[in-house]
Every structure is written in structure tokens, then in C-alpha cells.
Design a protein around this ligand. Structure first.
Ligand code: NAD
Length: 440
């Protein structure tokens, strides 16, 4: 099939490369000329495991091309994916400006019967707005489909290639058959394509992310209670995660959820509910708990190191909102570093891939030093905070660590270590939700 993906960010680039891999002709179109210039030379502007090889292979095979000319790309295609950003507006609702701008271009530029797919996460009712925007100028029949994306950054290629399920909101036979053909190579193991109406597909994406965010905030609440009552949340997590009705995923307490999806999608769903006088009190609490949790590491540091953090040197391991990505959108590391700076502390940070992104966000500043390895970051530090659970942080040489630091104190936002072991090494250790170790 001849396909155009509008938006070559985390989602659009992965979707485009994967669809090219199964033999389609794919054009990735984006208004960001710097990004397109890089992509044309097979330089991937984001870190995503396996994506560079996939893009390069399909470019070399002539199945994947890139352009800034969105209209020309649409005109050549029978299927158009809209994969542009839907950032939160000031009131928390999803900002649909980019989506509707693309829909307008699609209407003006399409040159045949076209299936128009919203891949971006959009509130219920958006497909109708997209259809109206396309219809204004359309000279050919078109079909609007909602196809929410469930890939996870850090495992995006695998997730798209081997989805648990494909959710498709489609209202016409033509759209259903085109989409079934497009996704057939990805569901050969028998994973389902779930067809439904457009509104339900749009809601499914928000409900999925809201459920996952709820599990995280729930566990963070339980973790904080564990600290108060002297229980160990890791034991509790294992105790409940083995219950088939609960399952083990998304039960890890931590420094709060971040990233480009959970925070904005929870906010947008709460706003949708308010707009139609429905109550989503659980989700309002999920959000409030998360805001509080994001300050938890700082509070622990503050409590343990005393009132004046001014002049102290704090090592931070992990800047990305989770491992295997360089994405720092809404990352807990940002809340921690900004609180440390406000208190007058200096940060020596290390992340295996997100240093460039940190530089882009914060620029040069005297109280941030971006280090090139774990050891450099802890050198002379008064404390170490672990924010992202990168694999290389899991088994450090604790003796070396102790020698390198001015004060051997670890504030572990991911519960990576055995408290007993750290005690043996003479390191003060503060984790999340383990009553015996927490001073807060
Ligand atoms: P992103 O910011 O990485 O990429 C969006 C791209 O769209 C950018 O390259 C931007 O230049 C481009 N763009 C914006 N307006 C445009 C226009 N008018 N024409 C052409 N290109 C335009 O965003 P993302 O993380 O890929 O997310 C895209 C959508 O997918 C969002 O709605 C998001 O909620 C959803 N989503 C994201 C993830 C994720 O893990 N990142 C997962 C599932 C769903």
C-alpha cells in the first residue's frame, strides 16, 4: 500500500518504519525541516532501540522516504496516518490544533479515495472533527479511522511489530478491510484486531493509560503508608502481584510517573469528564498523588541532609522518564533537579542517552554538570539520587561508590538495592516504601 505518516516523532517514525518493513511504500512527512533533513541521512533524532537499523534498511530498500511536503505526500497516498503531537492545553484538554491542521491539508491534497487514520491520542469526538475538516475541501471519498497506539517508548519497535492487540474504530467496510490488510502481518500469532465504533476506540486509549497510571499512584500511596507503618512495599507488591486477578505489571512504586503520555492523558480524561458533568474522582486523585510523589525524593534528601542543601553536590543517576529512551518530557528527574536548584544545591547528572536532551532543555548552567559515566557523577557528591532504573545502575561497585562520594548516602527512587547489603557497605540508604530504612 502507498502510505503517508504525518508526524515523524516517537510514534510516527516507528509506525512508518514498521509498515515499510512489511512491504508498504511509506512517506514520513513532518513540518520540522531539521528532523526531516536528519532522517533523509538516516540520522534518527530520538533514541529508540532497533529503530536506526529498521529505518536505514527500509530507506535503502526504497520503501521509506521522508519529506517536509505534507500535501505532496498525502496526494500520493491511499492511507494517511495522523501521528502529530496532542500536547495538553492550558486547561488540561488535548490540544488538537496540529491534528486538525493536518486534516485540513489532507482534505485539500488527497487525490483518490483515502483512509485517514488518527494515530495520535485524541479525545472522544475528534474523529468527527477530523472528518469535518477533511470534508471541507475533499474532492474524493474518505474514511476516518481511529487507531490508537499502545507502543511503549524504549520497546516501541517490538511493541508495534508484536502488539497485544490492535484497536480499530472504523465505520465503513472499506476502512475495515484496508486496516485488516495493513495489520495482518503483525497479528499472525493470533493476537486480536478489535474492531469497534470510533468513539469507543478513542476512549480505549485514554482508559488504558488511566488504568496504568492508577496502578502506579495506588502503589505509591501504599508505599508511603508502608513507610509509616514499618512494612516493606516490595514484599507487598510481590504478595499481591502473584494474585491472578491483579497481576504483576505496573505495581512498582517509584518517583511518580512521567513521560509524554500518562500525565497528559490523565489530565485530558479528567477534563473530558468535567466538560460533560461526569465525575472522575479516582483519576483526579491519581494525578494529585503523582504530583506529590514526584517531590518525594527531594523531600527525603531534604529531611536526611538537613535544612540547608545550599552548596551541596547531589549526583543524579537517570534523567529520562524511564530506561531505554532519551525522552525527558514530564520526567521525575526534572522535578527533583529543579527542587535541588531552588534549594541552592548543585547537580552532577548521568544518563546513558538523555544528556543531549537535558542540554536542550536546560542549556548551560553552573549548577548542572552532565557527566559521562556513573563514577564521574558521584565523585565528591554529598548524596546520590537514583531516578531511572537503567540496567547499568543495578549492580554498582558499592565500595568504589563509597570511596568516591563525600557522604555515602543513596536515595533510591526505584528500590534497586538490598538494604542489608548497603548497610554492610556502610552506606546510608533511603528507598521508597521500605519502612525500616526511611527517615521520612
Ligand atoms: P512527537 O512530539 O515526538 O512527534 C510529533 C511530530 O509531529 C513532530 O515531529 C512534529 O514536528 C510533527 N508535527 C506537528 N504538527 C505537524 C503538522 N501540522 N504537520 C506535520 N507534522 C507535524 O509526539 P509523539 O510522542 O510521537 O506522539 C504523537 C501522538 O501519539 C500523541 O498524540 C501521543 O499522545 C500519541 N502517543 C504517543 C506515544 C509515545 O510513547 N510517545 C505512545 C502512544 C501514543
Amino acid at each position: 500500500m502507498q502510505i503517508c505518516i504525518v508526524g515523524t516523532g516517537y510514534v510516527g517514525l516507528v509506525v512508518g518504519a514498521c509498515l515499510a518493513e512489511t512491504g508498504n511504500q511509506v512517506i514520513g512527512a513532518d513540518v520540522d525541516s531539521t528532523k526531516i533533513y536528519a532522517l533523509k541521512q538516516s540520522i534518527i533524532p530520538i533514541y529508540e532501540p532497533g529503530l536506526d537499523r529498521l529505518v536505514e534498511r527500509n530507506q535503502s530498500a526504497g520503501r521509506l522516504t521522508f519529506t517536509t511536503d505534507v500535501a505532496a505526500a498525502v496526494a500520493k497516498s491511499e492511507v494517511v496516518f495522523i501521528a502529530v503531537g496532542t500536547p495538553p492545553d492550558e486547561d488540561g484538554s488535548a490540544d488538537l490544533r496540529h491534528v486538525l491542521a493536518v486534516a485540513d491539508v489532507v482534505g485539500r491534497s488527497m487525490a483518490r479515495e483515502t483512509v485517514v487514520i488518527t494515530k495520535s491520542t485524541v479525545p472522544v469526538g475528534t474523529a468527527a472533527k477530523v472528518a469535518n475538516a477533511v470534508a471541507k475541501h475533499a474532492r474524493f471519498p474518505f474514511h476516518v479511522v481511529s487507531n490508537p497506539e499502545f507502543l511503549k517508548e524504549g520497546a516501541a519497535v517490538d511493541d508495534f511489530m508484536k502488539p497485544d492487540r490492535v484497536v480499530l474504530g472504523a465505520e465503513s467496510d472499506h476502512a475495515r478491510s484496508v486496516m485488516a490488510e495493513l495489520y495482518a502481518p503483525f497479528v499472525r500469532t493470533g493476537k486480536p484486531i478489535i474492531f469497534m465504533d470510533v468513539a469507543s476506540a478513542e476512549m480505549t486509549k485514554y482508559a488504558a493509560n488511566a488504568m496504568l497510571a492508577t496502578r502506579i499512584s495506588f502503589m505509591n500511596d501504599i508505599a508511603n503508608l508502608c513507610e509509616r507503618v514499618g512494612a516493606n512495599v516490595d514484599m507487598v507488591r510481590r504478595g499481591i502481584g502473584t494474585d491472578d486477578r491483579i497481576g504483576p505489571a505496573f505495581l512498582f512504586p517509584g518517583p511518580g510517573y512521567g513521560g509524554s503520555c500518562f500525565p497528559k492523558d490523565v489530565k485530558a480524561l479528567v477534563k473530558t469528564a468535567r466538560d460533560c458533568n461526569a465525575e472522575l474522582s479516582i483519576l483526579e486523585s491519581v494525578e494529585a498523588v503523582n504530583e506529590r510523589q514526584k517531590r518525594r525524593l527531594f523531600e527525603k534528601l531534604h529531611h536526611a541532609l538537613g535544612d540547608s542543601l545550599s552548596g551541596m553536590r547531589v549526583a543524579v543517576w537517570g534523567l529520562a522518564f524511564k530506561p531505554n529512551t532519551d525522552d525527558m518530557r514530564e520526567a521525575p528527574s526534572r522535578v527533583l533537579m529543579e527542587a535541588l536548584w531552588a534549594a541552592g544545591a548543585r547537580v552532577r547528572a548521568y544518563d546513558p542517552v538523555a544528556a543531549e536532551e537535558a542540554k536542550r532543555i536546560y542549556g548551560e548552567r553552573p549548577d548542572l554538570e552532565l557527566c559521562s559515566n556513573v563514577t564521574e557523577a558521584v565523585n565528591g557528591a554529598d548524596a546520590l539520587a537514583i531516578v531511572t532504573e537503567w540496567r547499568e545502575f543495578r549492580s554498582p561497585d558499592f565500595d568504589e561508590l563509597k570511596k568516591a562520594m563525600r557522604e555515602p548516602a543513596i536515595f533510591d527512587g526505584r528500590n534497586l538495592y538490598d538494604p542489608k547489603l548497603l548497610r554492610q557497605h556502610g552506606i546510608h540508604y533511603f528507598a521508597i516504601g521500605r519502612g525500616e530504612n526511611s527517615p521520612a
